[in-house]
Design a binder for this molecule. Structure first.
Ligand SMILES: [Zn+2]
Ligand SMILES: [Zn+2]
Length: 594
C-alpha cells in the first residue's frame, strides 16, 4: 500500500483529501513544530478551517550535551489532538531533517496521504518497511509542476536545486492567498543532473501575488552566492589525476550529486569503488534503481576484494564526514577498522563541512589520518565541498521573485532567522510584516494582516534508537551531571525508628578530590557526615522517607561543595529493615527505598 505510485489524478485521490472543503475560513494558521531556532526536525502544520496539511516531518541529531540520545523529534501533541483534521503531508526532499520523523509520527497519528519526490519516497518506503508501517499511509510520487489537492490546499511542486537530487519548493494556494515554502534550496545554475531550478514558476507565483514566503535561512550569514555543485568536479578531477595510491572519499550519505561525481571520476581514471557504511550503500542502491545515478556493473566491488587490486585502482567511498565515532572513517583513522588500514600515500578527501557542534570530532579524525601517513584534502578552501543552501544574494533573489507581503524565515538558528528577516526588509518587505517565530508559535495570516496569536506544545522527544525508547529529559540531565561532576552513592540501612542499623557505605565515581586528600580518608569523612545528617533529619519523626532522602542528598551536596568544591550527583539508598520475631525463628525483611 505504501509503495510509491507514479501517477496521481484527482479521481484516485484518497478519500480523506476529498473531505468537505472549508472555504469560509478567512485566515491561515502556520504552525512550525520544528526547524526554527535550530537546523533540524523541520516539521510544519498549516491549518485552514478544518483542514491541516503538513510540510515535511524531520528529525534532528542530538547536541553534545544530550548524552546517550540518538535522535531528537518534535513534540506532536498538536497533531495528535487534531488528528481528524490532518489531510496529508507534502515532502520537499529526502534529507533526514525533513523525512526522518515520519515513521515516529505514523505510530501515533494517521496521515492519509504523503506526496513527495520519488527519491524521498524511495528512502521513506525503506524506513516504513523497517518499522512495519507500510500499511499506515499512501505514498504518491509527484513530478515537477504537478499540483495536488490536500484538503483546501492546492499544492504545486516546483523543481529547486539542493544537495540531494529531486528537491522541491512548494507553491501552496489557499482560500486566503498563496504561500511559498522554499524547502531547502540554493540557486545552482549548472546542476550536475541538469535539473534546473524552475525560476519561471516562482516568478509566476510572484506576479499572481504571494501572501507569505517561508524561506531557508541556513546560509544567511554568508555573503554572495553558494558555488555550483559542478565546481567540485574540477578539484575531484585533480585529486584523481594525481593521487599515487588509494583514494578515500567521505561525504554525506545522502549527497547523490557528490557521490555521482566521485563515481564518474572513478570511471574516468579506471578505479574500482567500494562503499562503506549502510546509509551510503542504501542510498546508492535506491538512487541507481530510480535512475538518479547510472554506472556500469562491475564498478562497485565488495570491500573484501580490494586487496586483490593495485593501490592506484582503488576508491573507497565512506560515511563518517562528521567524525561520528562509530563511522567507518573514524574507525579507519583510529586503526580500528577490520578490513581497511591507512597506508602511507593514501589520499583522503573530506567532501563535506562539519555541522556546527561536530568541528572537534572532524578535526580529531583528520589529525589521526595525517598521523597514519595519509594526505588529507579538507576544509573550505580546498574546493572539495560546496554548500547546498542559498547564501545572501540567492536569498535576496528568492524574495525578489516572490515579492511576498509577509515573510517568515525558516530552517536556521535564531540569529540566522533574525538576519534573514533583516534581509527581507532590505528587499522591500515591510519590517512590520516579517515574523521571526519560535517552534510552536502560531502565525495567523489573513489577506491583509498577520500576527502571532498563540502557541502549541513544542518540546522535544528524545530517542535512544538502539532500544527504540523515548528518553526522559531528566535522565539526560542526570547523565550530563554525572559526566561533568561524577557520582557519589551513599547506602544506609535503618530501622523503623530511622536509627542506623548498617552503613553508611559510600562509593565515589568520577569525583576529583583536592591534591593530598586520599579517597579512603574522604570516604570516612563522608560516612561521618552522612551519620550526622541522618540523625538531624530523623529527629523529625513525621518526615516521609522520600523527603528524608532528598534532605540527605541536599545536605551532602552542600558538604561536597564546601569541602572539595565539587557538585557530584548524589544518590541516597535507604534500606528500611523491620524485624519480626516468631516462636521458631527470627526473620528479617528488607525494603529498599530508592
Ligand atoms: Zn534541511
Ligand atoms: Zn536538505
Amino acid at each position: 500500500m505504501a509503495k510509491p505510485s507514479d501517477s496521481y489524478t484527482e479521481d484516485d485521490a484518497p478519500k480523506a483529501s476529498k473531505s468537505k472543503v472549508d472555504t469560509s475560513s478567512n485566515t491561515i494558521k502556520v504552525i512550525p513544530l520544528g526547524g526554527l531556532g535550530e537546523i533540524g526536525k523541520n516539521t510544519m502544520a498549516i491549518m485552514c478551517g478544518n483542514d491541516i496539511m503538513l510540510v515535511d516531518a524531520g528529525l534532528a541529531f542530538p547536541t553534545e550535551e544530550q548524552l546517550g540520545v540518538d535522535l531528537v523529534l518534535p513534540d506532536i501533541t498538536f497533531l495528535r489532538e487534531n488528528q481528524d483534521k490532518i489531510r496529508g503531508l507534502a515532502i520537499t526532499h529526502g534529507h533526514e531533517d525533513h523525512i526522518g520523523g515520519i515513521p515516529f509520527i505514523l505510530r501515533d497519528v494517521t496521515i492519509p496521504v504523503i506526496y513527495g519526490p520519488a527519491l524521498a519516497l524511495g528512502l521513506l518506503e525503506g524506513k516504513l518497511k523497517e518499522n512495519g508501517l507500510e500499511e499506515t499511509t499512501v505514498l504518491r510520487k509527484v513530478k515537477p509542476r504537478q499540483q495536488v489537492k490536500i484538503g483546501c490546499f492546492q499544492v504545486e511542486f516546483i523543481r529547486c536545486t539542493h544537495s540531494i537530487a529531486d528537491s522541491f519548493s512548494l507553491i501552496i494556494r489557499t482560500p486566503v492567498g498563496t504561500l511559498v515554502h522554499t524547502g531547502d534550496f540554493k540557486f545552482d545554475f549548472t546542476p550536475v543532473d541538469g535539473e534546473q531550478f524552475d525560476i519561471a514558476s516562482l516568478s509566476r507565483a510572484g506576479d499572481e501575488g504571494v501572501l507569505l514566503l517561508m524561506s531557508d535561512s541556513t546560509n544567511t550569514e554568508r555573503d554572495g552566492y553558494s558555488p555550483s555543485e559542478r565546481t567540485v568536479w574540477a578539484k575531484i578531477n585533480e585529486v584523481f589525476s594525481t593521487a599515487p595510491h588509494r583514494i578515500i572519499v567521505t561525504t554525506f550519505a545522502s549527497n547523490v550529486h557528490r557521490i555521482r561525481q566521485v563515481l564518474q571520476a572513478a570511471i574516468k581514471y579506471e578505479r574500482k569503488v567500494a562503499i562503506l557504511g549502510r546509509s551510503m550503500l542504501n542510498l546508492a542502491g535506491i538512487a541507481r534503481e530510480l535512475g538518479y545515478m547510472t554506472f556500469p556493473d562491475g564498478l562497485l566491488v565488495p570491500v573484501d576484494q580490494l586487496k586483490q587490486l593495485p593501490l592506484d585502482q582503488v576508491v573507497i567511498l565512506t560515511t563518517g564526514s562528521q567524525g561520528e565515532p562509530l563511522s567507518a572513517l573514524s574507525r579507519i583513522a583510529n586503526n580500528e577498522h577490520k578490513q581497511i588500514k591507512i597506508i602511507p600515500g593514501d589520499t583522503v578527501v573530506i567532501s563535506a563541512t562539519p555541522i556546527p557542534g561536530n568541528e572537534r570530532s572532524v578535526a580529531n579524525t583528520i589529525n589521526a589520518l595525517f598521523l597514519r601517513g595519509a594526505n588529507v584534502v579538507y576544509g573550505r578552501g580546498a574546493g572539495v565541498h560546496v554548500s547546498g543552501h542559498a547564501c545572501r544574494e540567492e536569498q535576496k533573489l528568492m524574495i525578489n521573485l516572490c515579492k511576498p507581503k509577509f515573510f517568515m524565515p525558516l530552517h536556521g538558528e535564531f540569529r540566522m532567522l533574525v538576519r534573514h528577516a533583516e534581509l527581507a526588509v532590505e528587499c522591500n518587505v515591510d519590517p512590520e510584516n516579517t515574523f521571526v517565530l519560535e517552534n510552536g508559535e502560531i502565525l495567523e495570516v489573513s489577506k491583509d494582516k498577520a500576527q502571532v496569536t498563540g502557541r502549541v506544545d513544542s518540546g522535544v522527544i528524545l530517542i535512544d534508537s538502539s532500544r527504540a525508547f523515548e528518553i526522559d529529559e531528566s535522565i539526560v540531565d542526570q547523565r550530563r551531571h554525572i559526566a561533568e561532576d561524577g557520582l557519589v552513592m551513599v547506602a544506609m540501612s535503618i530501622d523503623s525508628n530511622c536509627k542506623l542499623v548498617a552503613g553508611p557505605d559510600v562509593s565515589l565515581r568520577g569525583l576529583i578530590l583536592p591534591k593530598g586528600l586520599p579517597a579512603e580518608e574522604f570516604v570516612l569523612k563522608v560516612q561521618e557526615e552522612s551519620k550526622r545528617l541522618l540523625e538531624e533529619v530523623a529527629s523529625n519523626q513525621q518526615i516521609p522517607k522520600e523527603a528524608m532522602k532528598q534532605q540527605l542528598a541536599m545536605g551532602l551536596s552542600e558538604y561536597f561543595e564546601e569541602n572539595v568544591k565539587a557538585s557530584p550527583l548524589v544518590q541516597i539508598i535507604l534500606n528500611e529493615i523491620s524485624s519480626t520475631k516468631s516462636r521458631t525463628r527470627q526473620s528479617t525483611s528488607t525494603r529498599e527505598i530508592s
